[in-house]
Design a binder for this molecule. Structure first.
Ligand code: 9YW
Length: 421
């Protein structure tokens, strides 16, 4: 990689480092986010394996007694800068919460995958710090939580809030949110709008529903036992990342001399369950609304991420969809978060069209592993160029490549380091 690119990305990660973890972006996201940290660690391992381990240690040390890894670990001193913060969740009042203030929700399970990659980058430091054995114990609890408390009769893991998908305002959530009559009310704090253009962010109506659901989940002590809870969704990317992480668990178990057969068995069972989210007409996986019993039939990048799953029966169809007019791989900036031809597509607004760097990295990885090295390299080069040219944006307009959201965004910088290997 060029010295300039290395220096620029390293600088962003240094600015956003808070001693034991990295914030996603200094103004907009001033706390630690769970799946961000895993992506950030994947990049950090190239400049400091020790810091990459600390990044994951910090999220593991906020684990709840039931095994969940929280969506956000708050810095309580910055409560007014982000909503909803520590004073909304009051996690200290919830049984089984950790010593540090956190959100009660979760984010997609990319942590075992990150742990494996971080360990492999410097096994000696990892051994000295007992990183692998400590992380493996936390990850066992995390996957148990997902596979026991968050998996229904379908065998698919489910989320209880759009934030848990990591793709907050995806069209997948439109109908399920519309079906919820209640909202949080009109007095909705939006400190995010001090840092990003309102037309790039979710709407106030969406935020009303987000806060309503978060308050309801919190008021039931985040115990996953609210029978009439109105938002239970099965999402292809969340499920695919769990499968991929279960395969990573098998490798971690082998490295530790533990039993790996159970992990492989689970990974295969989870892969079988994924088939029920396949939509033949759309040529991708879709989300399922468990409450309404209705598929959410949209093409989104979430429905392509199963490409990362080993031995996936739908690989050829997914590759066709990725190259089709709907996502135009190679003919547009990165991979759009939503179908370019859909009426619901919006090139600027968050997860309804813009291209994100974490999902591009996941797709590039999948292409690389499947032997499409040219396509993988082209995507990687695009990621690196767009990152450097636009000061590491949060996301970009898929048509123009123009930056959207905030800038100096940590996973954009971190993952660009990974691609220059
Ligand atoms: C928010 C931190 C997070 C990401 C999510 C992204 C966004 C938080 O930012 O959610 O306030 O909307 O959607 O994937 O983890 O970078």
């Amino acid at each position: 990689m060029s010295d300039r690119a290395l220096r620029a990305a390293t600088q962003v990660l240094a600015e956003n480092w808070r001693g034991t973890y990295t914030v996603p972006a200094a103004g907009l996201y001033p706390h630690q986010w769970s799946w961000d940290s895993a992506f950030i660690a994947i990049g950090l391992r190239h400049i400091s394996p020790r810091r990459a381990q600390q990044e994951l240690d910090a999220i593991f040390s906020a684990q709840w007694d039931d095994g969940r890894l929280p969506q956000i670990v708050f810095n309580p001193r910055l409560d007014v800068q982000y909503s909803p913060g520590a004073s909304f969740w009051h996690s200290e009042r919830i049984p089984g919460s950790p010593a540090v203030p956190t959100s009660g929700l979760i984010q997609p399970p990319n942590h075992a995958l990150a742990t494996l990659l971080v360990h492999q980058s410097d096994p000696e430091t990892s051994e000295r710090r007992r990183f692998l054995s400590r992380s493996y114990e936390s990850l066992l609890g995390w996957h148990d939580y997902l596979e026991q408390r968050r998996t229904g009769a379908s065998g698919l893991v489910h989320i209880v809030h759009p934030w848990e998908s990591g793709m907050d305002n995806s069209p997948f959530w439109d109908a399920p949110l519309a079906a919820i009559g209640a909202s949080f009310g009109s007095d909705i704090p939006r400190p995010d709008l001090n840092h990003a253009d309102a037309s790039h962010r979710p709407s106030n109506a969406e935020y009303g529903k987000y806060l309503y659901l978060a308050a309801r989940y919190r008021d039931h002590d985040c115990d996953d036992r609210d029978d009439a809870y109105p938002f239970i969704l099965e999402d292809p990317a969340v499920h695919a990342l769990l499968i991929r992480s279960e395969w990573a668990m098998a490798q971690l178990a082998d490295l530790l001399g533990a039993d790996s057969a159970g992990h492989r068995r689970k990974a295969r069972e989870l892969t079988d369950a994924l088939e029920s989210l396949w939509d033949d007409e759309l040529g991708c996986y879709v989300a399922n609304d468990v409450v309404a019993g209705a598929k959410q039939r949209f093409r989104t990048v979430s429905g392509l991420i199963p490409l990362l799953v080993p031995d996936l029966p739908r690989t050829d169809e997914l590759l066709r969809t990725l190259s089709s007019e709907h996502f135009r791989l190679g003919g547009t900036a990165l991979v759009p978060s939503h179908d370019l031809t859909a009426a619901t597509f919006d090139s600027a607004r968050y997860w309804r069209g813009p291209s994100w760097f974490n999902t591009a990295w996941l797709i590039a990885e999948a292409l690389h592993e499947r032997g499409f090295s040219d396509a993988a390299r082209a995507l990687a080069t695009q990621m690196a160029d767009l990152g450097l040219d636009h000061d590491f944006p949060e996301y970009v307009d898929p048509h123009s490549g123009e930056p959207r959201g905030t800038q100096r965004f940590s996973w954009t910088a971190a993952l660009s380091l990974d691609l220059y290997e």
